[in-house]
Design a protein around this ligand. Structure first.
Ligand SMILES: [Zn+2]
Length: 419
């Protein structure tokens, strides 16, 4: 069994943490920014040093390829992203890129024979924190393989027109055209040229740490549904309308949220749901709110449990405190299961290395979930201390990063050998 070099790994984690350093412990590294470009420069420099061939596609996804012994075989790719959210951590995404780099470095250093090309890849704009939506570019690259209700959210022209949240003017297309690493469409990840994709990522949750495990063998990305719930009341003067005359949509919505929590908490404990987005009209302190909408996001592996949760929404009272309650579906996505053979390679690697591991699902979305519609794909998780992610405090100890990479390295070599 092979292991990656911890010193090299440590240096890489530290060096990438400097690019977009927010001086509060984390980074802000938006897609297609100067910082993103610097991170790519660093990737190119290191990968060229080991003799990898660098290419990039029309969406600025980058590929460092170590040619295999048999040029007729498809490539095996290891991919993640190097963009971050605002004041994000030093591990989300970038650990996957570093992992892919460390695997290639180890293969070169240890002179490991491989039939297939081995590729380290960087996805552009996974976070979508400057140019929404999240997992944008994998949604574009894999578009023709996605179910229709998902693919329509990532159409090329619409994505190109996505505007910067900072100036509400610069489009994704403009930023891309000005980016150093915009290449040609022919270089894109494709079913024709690639055999399988692996992604190492931090868990971004507390489960591995709570179970005292070092590695997560990821089996799926949770299915989710997204609904809008609306309360429609009546606007009126805040000073002249007696309480008994009011139809206060915000008050009604607070009751609705209470009911949702009470009812959904009766379902299996691993169901997660969030009412993270609220719209209040007219949102003026002298006016009784006449329209309030919330967006609810519900996730679980089992479709049956999701359906039970949806039933709760559908059975909400039609009227609360004199306000009409309306429930509308925005979109749904089934659980995406990773390729069983690849999941097994990961599991066997962890076993043979003697690392403490467990099966785990991903509550967060990842590029790998879209890639998995196109080609066999799987993920490996490293623990997140205190379950923290998308924040300055995000942390995974060096040795646990190393173990996740060792698992990917040996799983990739197994995949190379068996195919
Ligand atoms: Zn990520």
């Amino acid at each position: 069994m092979y292991k990656c070099n911890r010193k090299s790994l440590e240096t890489n984690i530290k060096e990438f943490a400097k690019i977009g350093d927010d001086y509060k412990g984390g980074i802000t590294r938006y897609a297609l920014s100067k910082e993103d470009e610097k991170a790519r420069d660093y990737f190119v420099k290191q990968m060229e040093e080991i003799g990898a061939i660098i290419t990039y596609d029309d969406l600025a996804n980058m590929y460092a390829t170590l040619p295999g012994e048999n040029p007729n075989l498809k490539s095996i790719v290891m991919a993640s992203h190097c963009d971050s959210v605002k004041n994000g951590g030093n591990y989300d995404g970038i650990l996957g890129v570093i992992s892919a780099m460390e695997v290639l470095k180890t293969v070169v250093k240890e002179n490991i024979l491989h039939k297939h090309n081995l590729v380290a890849m960087i996805w552009t704009n996974e976070e979508g924190s400057l140019y929404p939506p999240a997992i944008m570019v994998s949604g574009m690259v894999c578009n023709q393989y996605l179910p229709e209700n998902i693919s329509k959210n990532y159409l090329y022209d619409n994505m190109m027109n996505s505007k910067s949240i900072l100036d509400n003017k610069t489009t994704f297309k403009e930023a891309l055209n000005n980016f150093k690493y915009k290449g040609v469409k022919d270089n894109r990840l494709s079913k024709e040229k690639y055999l399988a994709m692996f992604e190492t990522h931090i868990e971004q949750g507390p489960i591995l740490e709570a179970n005292n495990n070092d590695v997560g063998v990821v089996t799926c990305v949770l299915g989710m549904v997204n609904y809008t719930i609306k309360a429609v009341g009546q606007a009126n003067h805040a000073g002249t309308t007696p309480m008994s005359y009011r139809k206060d949509a915000l008050y009604a919505m607070s009751k609705v949220i209470q009911i949702i929590h009470d009812e959904l908490d009766k379902l299996p404990k691993d169901l997660v749901y969030t009412t993270g987005q609220v719209y209040v009209h007219p949102n003026v302190h002298t006016v009784i709110p006449d329209e309030v909408a919330i967006m609810i996001d519900i996730r679980h592996e089992s479709k049956e449990v999701i359906n039970q949760a949806v039933e709760v929404l559908k059975n909400l009272p039609k009227e609360v405190y004199g306000c009409q309650i309306e429930v509308e579906v925005n979109w749904t996505r089934d659980t995406v299961y990773f390729d069983k053979t690849l999941v097994n390679y990961v599991k066997q690697s962890a076993e043979q290395l003697g690392y403490k591991h467990q099966y785990i699902n991903s509550g967060a979305g990842h590029d790998a979930q879209f890639a998995s519609y196109m080609l066999p794909t799987t993920m490996i998780f490293a623990p997140s201390i205190n379950g923290r992610s998308h924040c300055d405090e995000e942390f995974t100890p060096l040795e646990q990063c190393g173990k996740a990479i060792d698992v990917m390295l040996n799983a990739v070599l197994r995949c190379d050998k068996d195919n």
